[in-house]
Design a protein around this ligand. Structure first.
Ligand SMILES: [Zn+2]
Length: 881
């Protein structure tokens, strides 16, 4: 599974606002400590608790083996008619002294029939489970057959298609199953579908019975042993693209109506898959383990992708790129495809025993993807990309009081969704890179090969891998792991020159803890016009490194310029001032990227005025010729503009911001670059003059030279004009709706349209509908609408809905997909900067139920940006003459 990437520099500074001294701040602190420690223990009771408690999973893993499912789903064309089905689970039972518990997260009346070994059997339906009493059981081969009606929670039903998405614990919302990653099973799937529909699942398509002209029965061959969260099927009106690469056949299913777009992208999509497969077979020494290889491009998919063996789901617009796609988007696509393909080995072949180690499959998928795409993008600075793709997002969480460790305890599978986030996706690959550096690439590879070979088609834990690597390395990797993997947060470091030596120190800002993070780091010293690099190995409180001649009085000292080392490098005032003016002159792009991130952290901590950093960023946009650094600075400028300037300051600076972006657009050569600047211009426009220009562009009375706009870019334009309540907004939106050709994109536009209304009451009415789960099913559409309702230009009007938006989060966690709770909070909060809004968040955190420590952590993470913005704007506003 690949998280849709957050823009670098997503806003999330420290939680110190004007509220800092209030009792609320101390309780915030208390809560964050809670976030990492409170786990409820599952006590054995007659009926297992809802969800899948760890104790139940451990018991089942002990007594059930050789598991196979034959499951049939009857899927009607009408999305409001129920899906029904039947399943037979065959397995060996080694102990019949306890009741047999299957998981089924649907109302009791969805259980239609239960048979054991071909005969009716007594059973009880309790929340989330079907229980067959021990009295009915015997040791040996068992076959449990059930007829059921599915809930739609994980079936993503649309008018013309549906797709199952069961990660992490949602197979049991569709059919009765033993829902845990370490009870792997072979699945034989059969689907009854409308005759016009196509279908795909993990196993090879083995039969299609069309004797009934209206409804066909499609059969799939038995799969390899896989975990329940990896079982998948999709059916609907899809187009099909086939290809053969290196002797392997591939099939892609999609719903893209733009034929030119399909023609332009399909060959590259197949090439990238074939290249990733070949690389992984070579690196692991294990051939692709799952037979056929199909994938589906799903419109508005919740994630970037999901790694079901034989049936990968992708977000369609991540595969089908626009003509003006930037190099960054091409790299993003290649990384996504490499990520999902790497999962075939890391996650699918060898799976975590329990979801507390879900991070392992994600870190290796990201880690391998970074290695795989390199050769395909020789023109790209991978060190730079690694830093930009990981550190800003990881810091965005690790600097907050809601930070979580990479490896988190998990007592019940139903909370598995809350484990996911930037620490797993962005921090863990950094830590893994450090581990590879520590033990050496050959040893690391050797260890992974041994790990995959030993646990193939089975399950493993992180300590299992550390044991294998520890046996191959001299370092104490278990101790290393305790600091980097089992603890949240990051070191705070400072570097200074003393007696012709560089002294690097570290400390722990986390309350009542004194960790020391072992790591190798590189520090840059500004010496005259050049930069001197010094490497230092930190283990304890400090490290000293000899300075080369002539470097005793540097103009600046900047830590972490290797793009891998991790922590908050605090600048002294001299270095801060020097870097603000000299960052553009640093020849190494990674050094510039690290410098911008470090300056941003200084601003977040109140040590640097937002306006001063914005001024420097505008110079960077004008001068930095590196596409990736330029994009980073662009993101930084947009973030400061909307969140860290007061409204008055923003209005004053808008003309210059617009002028710099328009000039950059005109100067850029590649349509992709022009598109990036145009997107930024559309987002920041405030002046009358620029708003009128955008309207002329939307009316096609003017076109930016060398930038043909796509349907999506015109839609973004129309939305931006509506937010700015230009005259005739309704007419503009009507026409934009008519312009949209793709049925899925048109449906999205109709859905979000009330959020664009100038009438707050109409927006509030749409928000009210989101209180019902059935109106939140199209999560990415809901997020777009909520983001528009809380746009910075409408943030004050949205305040009345803020409390209700936050009060919904606990229910959203129970009902929505993995990333939805945090994305919902970000969509609600990212447009706000006021003290009033910050107080609403602090209040919501106070009132969150105590048994949701991880959700509390997420709210602390999502609120961090707002807390800092409220403080920083307040702090510097008082200083503006
Ligand atoms: Zn993944």
């Amino acid at each position: 599974m690949h998280r849709r990437s957050l823009k670098p520099f997503a806003l999330s500074p420290l939680a110190l606002s004007p509220l800092a001294s209030s009792p609320l701040a101390s309780s915030l602190l208390a809560f964050s400590l809670l976030a990492t420690s409170s786990c409820d223990r599952v006590l054995h009771s007659p009926d297992p608790a809802p969800g899948v408690p760890l104790a139940l999973a451990e018991h089942r893993a002990r007594v059930i083996s050789d598991l196979r499912y034959a499951v049939t789903f009857d899927i009607p064309a009408a999305k409001d008619s129920s899906v029904t089905g039947e399943v037979t689970a065959r397995f060996a039972l080694s102990d019949a002294s306890e009741p047999l518990v299957l998981d089924f997260r649907a109302p009791a009346d969805h259980v239609l029939d239960v048979q054991l070994n071909g005969a009716p059997v007594a059973y009880r339906v309790v929340p989330d489970h079907i229980v067959i009493p021990a009295a009915a059981l015997s040791r040996g081969e068992q076959a449990v057959s059930l007829k059921f009606r599915s809930s739609d929670a994980a079936l993503n039903r649309n008018d013309e298609f549906l797709y199952a998405l069961f990660v992490p614990d949602r197979a049991s919302t569709a059919f009765p199953v033993f829902e845990q990653p370490d009870l792997k099973a072979r699945f034989t799937v059969t689907l009854r579908i409308p005759a016009a529909w196509k279908a795909v699942s993990n196993g090879r398509l083995s039969s299609r019975d069309s004797s009934d002209a209206a409804r066909h029965v499609v059969g799939f061959a038995e799969s390899e042993p896989i975990s329940t969260y990896l079982m998948a099927f999709a059916a609907g009106v899809f187009q099909e693209e086939r290809a053969v690469r290196n002797g392997r056949a591939f099939t892609m299913y999609h719903r893209e109506t733009d034929a030119a777009k399909v023609r332009r992208n399909v060959p590259a999509i197949f090439d990238l898959h074939a290249a990733a497969l070949a690389w992984l077979e070579d690196y692991t020494g294990i051939p692709y383990p799952f037979g056929k290889f199909d994938f589906v491009a799903v419109p508005a998919f919740q994630f970037g992708g999901m790694e079901h063996p034989g049936a990968i789901w992708y977000r369609a617009d991540a595969l089908f790129l626009d003509e003006t796609a930037s190099r960054n988007q091409e790299l993003g696509r290649a990384s996504l495809i490499a990520h999902e393909t790497a999962h075939m080995w890391f996650g699918d072949l060898v799976t975590m025993r329990w979801f507390n180690d879900v991070w392992m499959k994600e870190v290796f998928a990201n880690f391998m993807a970074a290695k795989i795409v390199g050769p395909s993008f020789p023109d790209i600075d991978l060190r730079l990309r690694f830093f930009q793709a990981h550190h800003p997002t990881a810091y965005g969480i690790d600097r907050t009081l809601g930070a979580n460790p990479i490896r988190q305890p998990l007592e019940n599978l139903r909370e598995a969704g809350s484990l996911y986030g930037g620490i797993i996706y962005q921090k863990a690959p950094i830590v893994m890179q450090q581990l590879e550096t520590l033990v050496g690439e050959p040893t690391f590879r050797q260890g992974l090969q041994a790990y995959l070979a030993r646990f193939q088609f089975a399950n493993a834990t992180w300590p299992d891998l550390i044991d294998i690597l520890d046996a191959l390395s001299d370092d104490d990797l278990a101790a290393w792991s305790r600091v980097w993997v089992e603890e949240p947060g990051r070191p705070t470091m400072a570097a200074r020159v003393q007696d012709s030596a560089l002294v690097l120190t570290q400390r722990d800002t986390w309350p009542r803890r004194a960790l020391r993070w072992p790591q190798l780091t590189t520090v840059a010293l500004g010496v005259g016009d050049s930069v001197v690099l010094v490497r230092a190995q930190l283990r304890g409180d400090s490290a000293r490194a000899r300075l080369p001649d002539g470097a005793a009085t540097p103009t600046f000292v900047l830590g972490g310029v290797d793009g891998v080392s991790y922590g908050r490098f605090v600048l002294d005032s001299g270095s801060r001032a020097a870097l603000l003016s000299r960052v553009h002159g640093l020849r190494d792009a990674t050094q510039r990227a690290v410098a911008w991130q470090t300056l941003y952290e200084e601003m977040l901590d109140g040590a640097l005025a937002p306006a001063a950093l914005l001024d420097a960023a505008l110079v960077g946009i004008r001068e930095d010729s590196n596409e990736f650094v330029n994009t980073q600075v662009l993101g930084l400028a947009r973030g400061i503009y909307w969140r860290f300037l007061s409204a008055a300051d923003r209005r004053a600076r808008a003309p210059e911001m617009e002028r710099v972006l328009w000039e950059a657009l005109e100067r850029a050569a590649a349509p992709g670059r022009k598109g990036t600047y145009f997107g930024a211009l559309v987002s920041v426009t405030l002046t009358e003059e620029s708003t009128r220009r955008l309207e002329r562009i939307w009316r096609k009375e003017e076109t930016p030279r060398g930038l043909p706009l796509s349907e999506q870019q015109y839609t973004n334009l129309a939305e931006a004009l509506a937010i700015r309540t230009v005259p005739n907004t309704a007419a503009i939106l009507d026409e934009q709706e008519a312009r949209i050709t793709n049925p899925d994109r048109k449906a999205r536009f109709r859905f979000i349209r009330p959020a664009l209304s100038a009438d707050h009451a109409e927006r509030a009415r749409l928000f009210e509908t989101f209180k019902a789960v059935e109106n939140r099913r199209r999560e990415s559409w809901v997020l777009d609408a909520v983001g528009l309702m809380n746009h910075p230009l409408r943030a004050d009007e949205a305040l009345p809905e803020l409390r209700a938006s936050l009060a919904l989060v606990a229910e959203i966690q129970r009902t929505g997909d993995i990333f939805f709770p945090l994305r919902w909070m970000n969509a609600v909060l990212d447009g706000h900067q006021s003290v009033a809004a910050a107080e609403e968040v602090a209040r919501a955190i106070e009132y969150l139920p105590r048994d949701l420590p991880r959700l509390r952590g997420k709210m602390l993470q999502a609120g961090d940006g707002l807390f800092r913005a409220a403080r920083v704007v307040h702090q510097w506003d008082r200083q503006v003459p």
